[in-house]
Write a protein that binds this ligand. Structure first.
Ligand code: GLU
Length: 320
């Protein structure tokens, strides 16, 4: 058995990368490469209508421009393909059957309006806690409702807390039933849910460490629970700070001037951008331009700050 660190980039190819995606890719790359490991590129294109043709190729081009080459996956291919989630349905079906056999799944017929009812408790990540309405439907009720509308499939979570040690955020614990609730593994339109797909693919690709945004921290206990039920090994996790605008809003694809398209038009090389990000997340004392390769030296998770990074990014970039 290969006893090597395997990290991954797992972007959704829904448009050009922005600064937040760059920080995530940089830290995933530094973490794997600094321990002699390799990086897998997996394209999370489950929601095919959100992923325009050409976006995955553009993403690869941007990663190469940034100096963040990967070892396996994407158009490079490799032994653990397919690397596009839209082509992995048979693996998700198999996992679904394994969960089904354990009696962990139930069909859910709730409409959007029912799920978002005014009295539904809201969770810290903005989602609503599922009420459990469809947990106890009888076989007759299920057959009757399924005649009208195909159901989504939900996983029943147990009582009790799940804890893990995050390399960036420290100890995180969650009461799965009260703070996350029964969650979807397949939508009513047949598309598999992110929670299931990510767990199946990380294991299938031998991923040993996951680096991703802090927004996904609260999903991790549910994913750990899925791994346990599917008898899959758990990777190590690092949930990194998010980049926020001065008003606390999360940077997104809407901030066009922070997209790779705009950044590549403005900067001849990636060093000023990577140097600024390394400075903001605690890896260097000054925003000195640096390549990813040069940042490998001295990389350590201990240096990476855990709090989100709130800044006027367009202004900071103008000063470079
Ligand atoms: N595909 C997700 C995204 O683009 C990342 C999921 C993950 O890293 O687990 O935000």
């Amino acid at each position: 058995m290969e006893n090597r660190v395997i990290g991954r980039f797992a972007p959704t190819p829904s448009g050009r990368m922005h600064l937040g995606n760059v920080l995530c890719a940089l830290l995933a790359w530094l973490s794997a490469r600094s321990s002699g490991g390799k990086i897998v590129l997996r394209l999370e294109d489950l929601d095919t209508h959100r992923c325009p043709p050409g976006a995955a190729g553009q993403l690869e081009d941007d990663l190469l421009w940034l100096g963040l080459p990967w070892d396996e996956g994407g158009s490079l291919g490799g032994p653990h393909g397919p690397y596009f989630q839209s082509q992995c349905t048979s693996y998700y079906e198999e996992a679904l059957h394994t969960l089904q056999r354990q009696g962990l799944l139930y069909p859910c017929f709730c409409t959007r309006a029912e799920l978002h009812a005014a009295d539904a408790p809201h969770l810290s990540d903005g989602r609503v806690l599922y009420s459990g309405k469809c947990r106890h439907l009888s076989a007759e009720e299920i057959a009757e409702k399924a005649n009208v509308h195909p159901p989504a499939i939900r996983l029943r979570v147990p009582d009790g807390r799940i804890a893990f040690l995050d390399r960036c955020q420290g100890l995180y614990t969650q009461d799965l039933a009260r703070e996350f609730g029964d969650f979807l593994v397949r939508r009513s339109d047949g598309v598999f849910a992110y929670q299931l797909a990510v767990v199946v693919d990380d294991a299938r690709m031998g991923v040993t460490e996951v680096v991703r945004g802090r927004d996904l921290l609260s999903s991790t206990p549910a994913q750990l629970y899925l791994m346990r039920m599917l008898h899959l090994p758990a990777p190590r996790y690092a949930h990194i700070p998010l980049l926020l605008a001065p008003d606390g809003r999360r940077l997104s694809k809407r901030d066009g001037d922070l997209s790779l398209e705009a950044l590549r038009a403005r900067f001849r090389s990636p060093e000023p951008i990577l140097g600024l990000l390394a400075y903001l997340c605690g890896l260097q004392e000054k925003p000195k331009p640096k390549s990813a390769q040069a940042l490998l030296e001295g990389f350590s998770w201990e240096k990476v700050r855990r709090e989100d990074i709130r800044a006027d990014f367009p202004r900071l970039l103008k000063k470079l």
